[in-house]
Design a protein around this ligand. Structure first.
Ligand code: 5GP
Ligand code: MN
Length: 339
């Protein structure tokens, strides 16, 4: 991870001197890093005496509902007027864990209009220029890992407590798939070791996040692995598609398909995995890859998306049949990269 420069830290500290209202934002379909970022920064600035609001485009997934403060995050889909008001009051806005304003799914109009100082902190490749300060580092595991360093530089480690450390740990743990990817930097483990020093309950956090599924979710997973997974050995690729009917059959709730896209990667030789989920007017797609195959470039080029090298997503405003046809038809041109 690149260290955050003294100059940037000083600009933030200067701005904090004439700030009273802070607004903290993260992306649509928030994951553990998004929610961990929002909650840790909210508590950090509240402890420093600021009035803090936090907003997300849509609700946090069920496996993060246990996190302290999650109920206080404003949800754009539920309370747009209140969020618009918070934008109008904010002196300082933090955009955390996304690289493109469209990931605010409707709130970006207020973001762009706002006269507040805007600070983006993120680890996705090629961030768009939509903030006054952009702190971007693709090499780091997670936004939460960056925030830990930022908090220490801006205020000092003594303000960090168990609640902040827990939220930061959730972001690092989930964005590295429990330290199975994006986690080869020794510094990550030093930071995690320091976070453990705040007496966070690592085993319990793991269990709250990963052993938190409903029986419906487990049965849906069983069904899709057995009936809906296709393996294409010549391209070392596997994918799963799920229709709205199927989701309904298993009483789908938000977050139930989280992680499904990773399963095909456990098959020997599979290096590229995709998950297609049918929505009323589009198909939402997740991509995962192993090694050097750039899931993000593939998604950007063909599926209106982006993301990280090994974890990306996108969407196509058409039906499932067309989407799968397109996906299959693209594989031959990537045959060499998928070897
Ligand atoms: P997931 O598959 O977990 O939904 O998303 C994995 C990663 O892909 C996210 O962290 C995000 O960076 C990226 N991503 C997912 N969906 C989209 C999308 O529609 N557009 C863009 N630009 N990135 C996405
Ligand atoms: Mn992240």
């Amino acid at each position: 991870m690149k260290l955050i420069s003294k100059e940037v830290v000083n600009r933030i500290k200067d701005k904090l001197k004439d700030t009273s209202n802070i607004l903290i934002l993260s992306h649509y379909h928030p994951d553990g890093d998004a929610v961990g970022s929002v909650l840790s920064m909210s508590r950090f600035f509240r402890k420093m005496g600021y009035k803090v609001s936090a907003a997300l485009p849509d609700s946090s997934p069920a496996f993060l509902k246990w996190m302290k403060g999650v109920e206080d995050i404003l949800i754009f889909e539920k309370e747009p007027e209140l969020i618009e008001h918070k934008f109008s009051k904010a002196d300082l806005i933090f955009a955390l864990d996304f690289n493109d304003p469209s990931r605010l799914k409707g709130m970006e109009i207020w973001y762009e209009k706002s006269g507040a100082m805007k600070i983006l902190i993120d680890h996705h490749p090629e961030p768009k220029k939509f903030s006054d300060i952009t702190i971007s580092d693709v090499s780091v595991s997670s936004t939460c890992e960056m925030l830990y360093e930022l908090m220490k530089s801006v205020r000092g480690a003594d303000i960090i407590d168990k609640e902040i450390a827990t939220a930061l740990f959730v972001g690092i743990m989930t964005d590295t798939g429990c330290f199975s990817f994006n986690s080869s930097d020794p510094e990550t483990y030093i930071r995690v070791a320091e976070l453990l020093g705040y007496e966070i309950n690592k085993d319990e956090i793991f269990s709250l996040v990963y052993d938190n599924y409903s029986d419906n979710r487990m049965r849906l997973l069983g069904y899709v692995l057995k009936e809906k997974m296709e393996v294409i050995p010549e391209y070392n690729t596997a994918f799963i598609s799920i229709t709205m009917d199927e989701l309904e059959r298993y009483s789908f709730v938000m977050g139930d398909t989280e992680g499904f896209v990773n399963y095909p990667l456990s098959i020997r030789h599979v290096r590229f995995s995709a998950l297609f989920i049918e929505k009323p007017d589009h198909v939402k797609i997740s991509f995962r890859s192993k090694g050097s195959f750039p899931a993000n470039l593939f998604s950007r080029k063909h599926f209106n998306g982006g993301g990280h090298l090994n974890a990306a997503g996108g969407e196509l405003y058409t039906n499932m049949e067309e989407t799968l046809r397109l996906f299959r038809s693209l594989l031959p041109e990537y045959a060499k990269d998928l070897k």
